[in-house]
Design a protein around this ligand. Sequence first.
Ligand code: SF4
Length: 285
Amino acid sequence: MVQAFPPGVTRRKYVPRHNTTEGDLHKMVCMTMLLSDKQRSYLHAMGIDVYQRQDAPCVQLLTTAAGAITPDPEDKSLSQVQEPIPLTPPSNSPTQLTLLDWAALQTAVRGCTACGLHQTRTQTVFGVGDPKAQLMFIGEAPGAEEDRQGEPFVGRAGQLLNQMLLAIELQRSQVYIANILKCRPPNNRDPKPEEAAQCWPYLQRQIEIVQPRLLVALGRIAAQRLLKTDTPLVRLRQKQHHPEGLGVPLIVTYHPAYLLRSPQDKRKAWEDLLYIRNTLRETTK
Ligand code: SF4
């Protein structure tokens, strides 16, 4: 395998930053040379191709139109400017939920009628993956396909998330994936503040039980809800946050549904994935 790092640059020394410079990008693309053919194919599926230039010591990483995935009209764009969700105390009792184990929590969610979304759901969407995972992804809410299948991230956005995970050598079954809301908002609208507040204790208990080493918020709504902020997503990327009361560091990246509509940002998502992978390695040392 070709390794063409600039002098003094090693895999361990590369740390992506928010204000990535050309030099940082050079180091980043050099890292892609360490990828296996399989990882390169996953990156290609994400719309990120890696080319070896004849006249350059390293590689160029380009997002190609050919690799772009056609947006699904069901998928929601998270790029729109919307109001952050204010935080209000949930009416569900976190005290009672802390007594529940995983199975009992699943049962509680299945029977939940704490907000109006229970009237329109096909079924609740609890989460999927390894309940002892070191890495936990949190999205916004189930969409139409998730509501049908009872599993988060199963549509085209879910397929892209799977490719993103494989690009950092993780299977979907090795992480845990959940949403802020367990029931689908009608017509895929944004969660209402009271719905997010009512559902919060379930997610909080899931995080307590899974005890991941790192949380990843997928998209603006999940990020702002978890961090209790209205800061734009672009300013939340590429840094570790410490959400109040969770005791687990959190990193923010784009929602796969947004990336389907905005393939030009897949390169930034790849930077985020590298940052997530490196941070996870640091926290598991
Ligand atoms: S969205 Fe959450 S709080 Fe509302 S009914 Fe579903 S499980 Fe209960």
